[in-house]
Design a protein around this ligand. Structure first.
Ligand SMILES: Nc1nc2c(ncn2[C@@H]2O[C@H](COP(=O)(O)OP(=O)(O)O)[C@@H](O)[C@H]2O)c(=O)[nH]1
Ligand SMILES: [Mg+2]
Length: 654
């Protein structure tokens, strides 16, 4: 069974509310003021069960020009429109305005209801029908059926129901997303039950017991206690349903009109990139214009910045950046309506193409080109792959498929499938445990090259060191220390480069595969000299300033000295600990003295005793003790140095 919402549209007094009453026996004008004035002010809700058994939700909107924002909120998320035109008055201003809005909101299916045929003769009815057909020419409802009815006598209603039933199979399934999203269009406090909110489910599904975010805002979580659909309790509602939800944990001060319920914390935004199409009206906005922005029940003041045009003329479309005065919860592909700032004219509307854009201060040709691709890909959903490519270029790094899904309002699986099925080779994807990681092919090539360059530079700097860098060091170099997708990517990249024979493993690290170390006579001499200097310092900590000076006399510069030290450490001639290098023999001797002493002392010795034993400085004790603890020979308990099991074993060998 399809989940569908049908909405009314049309000029005030043409009989929208009467038609819904005639079809469903529910009077949508329930408010006192509505009864008194005889017009719809708030949205009305009903539902209709068709002879086929299929049930559709119904939203009845106000027709009066003062309530366009309510009409927009109601029309947001509907699948079929019933455009009601009274046969005795024909097409009127809000007939046209509502049709433009419906079209801009992306509603594709509709039926024109020529109402009040009881008030006109056949000839009049025919004339009215001709006028409507002419009016629809060139619009997306050009081929919509026109059905004459009377909401008073009931004439034609069967035919209308027949037409509605015929349309349903033609309506495409809603795109599936893995999260629930719904604008709240009504909220009321029911005695003994608590807050109940209603809305048209835009995306996903919802079950009782689920926790939802009330957005925008932080930490406003509410819990779904009960759900009703078409006035009946239900366990679950789906995209395309009208839902009434009883929420636990909602405080009235937390709620504001325009809020969204969602099971995912969608980031709020105050700046979006979008298309902006002007209706056929007498108004020409320049580069900047102040307007009112409407999407769902959300509304706020906004400034529109034209990006690819200097003025926008009637019927034209521009790419724009919109600065919103209030944080909004929007996703790519969302439709919106624009009114002038004095709120007496509907100017047009558009489609959100980016909810997290950069601030475009300069309107460069490259920017416009990128945005045009984005428009193409957002509006033409066959072009999902294009859209993925644009997002990946923007990220300029490896990302999880799930991350792109969030950006594009899709599921992770949809993104992966699209990359598998329609990849032209420009996106590289790989699997890491449960997750798929995506990266733009050009950016992948750049990382590949960066690894080679970084290693080359390192080898040039330290030609006598065999090692390059390990994966952890690469995480740091690429800024991925806190980026799981980035880390997995580096792991994968290094494995791949290893397989391709571009790099080799040296211990834990990677080096260029053609990197070889040759120690010439001069270098060997320098190494021997340095080693002997460090050995001779014995139980004094080496004085590096002094060593640097001695080295300079031998024409060894600081950088080279560092390299020689590293080399000796990697050859296990020196032990490196917290910035200090000790000769291995010094460490061995110190260890031997300590172990021989501890051999007979079950309770251990303290640091001072150790210092007297070696007859050295406190500073040296700190370093040597650090080294011996790190290698696992001894450990410290309160103030005492004690042998580890490994240390005990070693004493038997002394
Ligand atoms: N004679 C006749 N009157 C109608 C018909 N439909 C609606 N009306 C009347 O037209 C007026 C406006 O109807 P309403 O449903 O409130 O219009 P809406 O503003 O489009 O919702 C009411 O007085 C209705 O009784 C119809 O088919 N025939
Ligand atoms: Mg009405």
């Amino acid at each position: 069974m399809k989940h569908l919402i049908l909405g009314t549209a049309g000029h005030v007094d043409h009989g929208k509310t009467a038609l819904i009453k005639a079809l469903t026996d529910i009077d949508c004008d329930t408010h006192k003021e509505e009864k008194e004035r005889g017009i719809t002010i708030n949205l009305g809700f009903s539902h209709l069960t068709l002879p086929s058994g299929e049930a559709v939700g119904i939203v009845d909107v106000p027709g009066h020009k003062d309530f366009i924002k309510t009409m927009v909120a109601g029309a947001f998320g509907i699948d079929i429109v019933l455009l009601v035109v009274a046969a005795d008055s024909g097409v009127m201003p809000q007939t046209a305005e509502h049709l433009q809005i419906i079209d801009m909101l992306g509603v594709k299916h509709g039926i024109v209801v020529l109402n009040k045929i009881d008030l006109v003769d056949d000839e009049m009815a025919e004339l009215a029908e001709m006028e409507i057909a002419e009016f629809l020419e060139g619009t997306s409802f050009e081929n919509a059926p026109i059905v004459g009815v009377s909401s008073v006598t009931g004439e034609g209603l069967d035919k209308l129901i027949e037409k509605i039933t015929e349309i349903i199979p033609k309506i495409e399934e809603r795109k599936s997303t893995d999260y629930f999203r719904m604008y709240i269009d009504r909220i009321f406090n029911v005695k003994g039950i608590g807050f109940v909110v209603t809305g048209s489910v835009l995306e996903g599904e919802l079950k009782t017991g689920k926790e939802l975010f009330l957005l925008p805002g932080k930490n406003k979580k509410v819990k779904v206690r009960n759900i009703e659909r078409h006035g009946e309790p239900t366990e679950k509602v789906f995209s395309g349903d009208r839902a009434a939800i009883n929420l636990a944990g909602l405080k009235s001060e937390d709620y504001k009109r325009g809020m969204v319920l969602c099971d995912k914390q969608i980031e709020e935004t105050t700046m979006i990139d979008a298309t902006y199409t002007l209706f056929d009206i007498n108004y020409e906005p320049g580069i900047w214009s102040k307007v009112l922005f409407y999407s769902g029940t959300f509304e706020c003041g906004a400034k529109i910045h034209l990006l690819d045009k200097d003025v926008l003329k009637a019927g034209e479309t521009a790419i724009v950046q919109i600065h919103l005065e209030k944080p909004a919860i929007l996703v790519n592909g969302d439709r919106f309506i624009i009114r002038n700032s004095s709120n007496d004219m509907t100017l047009g509307g558009g489609v959100v193409i980016d909810t997290t854009p950069l601030h475009h201060r300069k309107r460069t040709p490259v920017l416009i080109e990128n945005l045009k691709n984005l428009v193409e890909a957002t509006i033409n959903s066959d072009n999902l792959f294009n859209l993925i490519k644009i997002e990946l270029k923007k990220e300029n790094a490896p990302v999880f498929a799930q991350f792109i899904a969030g950006k594009l309002n899709k599921t992770g699986d949809e993104i992966v499938d699209e990359c598998k099925n329609n990849n032209d080779g420009s996106v590289y994807l790989f699997q890491h445990s449960e997750k798929t990681i995506l990266i733009d092919k050009d950016i992948h090539k750049e990382y590949h090259q960066k690894v080679l360059n970084i290693l080359k530079e390192e080898h040039q700097k330290y030609p006598i060191l065999e090692e390059g860098f390990d994966t952890k060091e690469f995480y740091g170099k690429f800024g991925f220390t806190k980026n799981d997708a980035g880390k997995s990517y580096v792991d994968m990249l290094m494995e791949q480069m290893l397989e391709d024979g571009l790099v080799k493993r040296v211990g834990n690290s990677f080096a260029l595969s053609d990197h070889t170390v040759t120690i010439d006579n001069k270098t060997q001499e320098q190494l021997d000299w340095l080693e002997s200097v460090l050995e001779e310092t014995g139980i004094d900590l080496p004085d590096f300033e002094k060593i640097e000076n001695m080295a300079l006399h031998r024409k060894i510069k600081k950088e080279r000295l560092k390299m020689l030290l590293k080399y000796l450490a990697r050859q296990n001639k020196l032990v490196f600990y917290q910035g200090e290098y000790l000769h291995k023999n010094v460490v061995d001797r110190s260890r031997k003295i300590l172990l021989s002493d501890l051999k007979n002392k079950e309770l251990g010795i303290n640091e001072k005793e150790f210092r007297l034993l070696l007859n050295t400085t406190k500073k040296f004790i700190q370093v040597i003790l650090g080294i011996l603890i790190e290698e696992g020979t001894v450990y410290k308990k309160t103030f005492y140095i004690l042998l580890t099991d490994k240390g005990k074993k070693m004493t038997s060998e002394i």
